[in-house]
Design a protein around this ligand. Structure first.
Ligand code: ES4
Ligand code: ZN
Length: 326
């Protein structure tokens, strides 16, 4: 079969996707209208034209502005349902969704409104397609440790709807150790742990995420190759990297698809997975990430199979279910 068809059709898991990053400009405008929220962009086209990023921060500023239209449980449902339809079309069988509660609670939106809306959409996807989806709550690293602890308190009544904890937003200047105590508390609660590290930040942040936060996966992690000892450790301990190729190009971590270090990461024996990060902002959902990487780099059928297998191995699906996919 044609490689592009294999990539599209193979069952896969998506492990690094910010649900607020799946808000398409059309839905942003529809929700703004429905909720009477005013945007500083006059039209869908004007908003889309603003999607020219020079680095992570320039993206985050627009991403938080986009999320400001989300107010009701139905808004969170509609956003999540739109993503799950796209994921299903890409043959995603399991998805682990990041959400950023602080982006919403800071605007006066109730924590339960956020979780209940997202969660109800995941239940409908399970029922309709057998697509399983679980939620990973992220702390915004530009906010304080105290604010992360307060957010964890808000989450406790919804503990059974959340499988894990992540760390996202501005990486430089906000090293993992800032959140060591709150991550330790989350570990005691039996939550899975992940963190963004080594996207714009140095390999040192990957090491401290492992040693001080005790994370099980690294989100991005592409800068690990600058440190040979760290790379060997990630390979030996089979710590997965949730790599987001189109994100890396849009945020200027790499200039072009052909410059991405995906092949070197795979050759180093790392458990690499392919993910869409913020698909509405970075030019495509998970299959588009696969297609563009495989078009630009010397990758073939065996790599496709390995990346799909890695996505299930690296997932937090319960062990018996995971075994079915491996
Ligand atoms: C993010 Cl690409 C990326 N990095 C860090 N934080 C984020 N939140 C949403 N997308
Ligand atoms: Zn991310």
């Amino acid at each position: 079969a044609e490689l592009s068809n294999i990539l599209r059709q193979m069952p896969k898991a998506e492990l690094h996707m910010h649900i607020e990053g799946s808000l398409e400009p059309e839905l942003i405008f529809a929700l703004a209208e429905r909720n009477g929220v005013s945007l500083k962009y006059a039209s869908v086209d004007e908003l889309r034209r603003a999607y020219a990023f020079k680095d992570l921060q320039s993206f985050l500023d627009i991403y938080y502005a986009g999320a400001s239209v989300l107010l009701t449980e139905q808004d969170f449902y509609d956003m999540t349902w739109a993503y799950l339809q796209r994921a299903h079309a890409d043959n995603v069988r399991h998805s682990e969704l990041f959400f950023d509660p602080q982006t919403h609670t800071e605007r006066g939106v109730d924590f339960g409104t956020v979780v209940n809306g997202i969660y109800r959409a995941t239940q409908d996807a399970q029922e309709k397609w057998g697509l399983s989806a679980s939620l990973i709550m992220c702390f915004l690293r530009h906010l304080s440790e105290e604010e992360a602890f307060a957010t964890l308190e808000l989450a406790l009544p919804y503990r059974d709807k959340i499988i894990g904890i992540g760390l996202d937003s501005s990486e430089l200047g906000h090293p993992p150790e800032k959140f060591a105590r709150v991550f330790a508390r989350c570990k005691d609660l039996g939550l899975h742990l992940v963190a963004h590290a080594g996207e714009e930040g140095p390999p040192e942040y990957i090491r401290t995420a492992l040693d001080l936060l005790q994370v099980e996966r690294i989100d991005h992690g592409v800068r690990c190759l600058e440190d040979a000892e760290l790379t060997q450790r990630l390979a030996r301990d089979r710590i997965p990297l949730t790599v987001c190729p189109l994100s890396n190009i849009k945020l200027r971590v790499f200039d072009q698809a052909k410059d991405h270090n995906m092949v070197q990461l795979l050759d180093a024996g790392l458990v690499v997975t392919v993910n869409s990060d913020d698909p509405a902002y970075f030019g495509g959902y998970v299959n588009e990430n696969f297609l563009q990487m495989f078009a630009a780099l010397p990758l073939g059928k065996d790599h496709a199979y390995r990346l799909a297998r890695n996505s299930f191995e690296a997932s937090f699906i319960d062990q018996p279910t995971r075994q079915k996919y491996l």
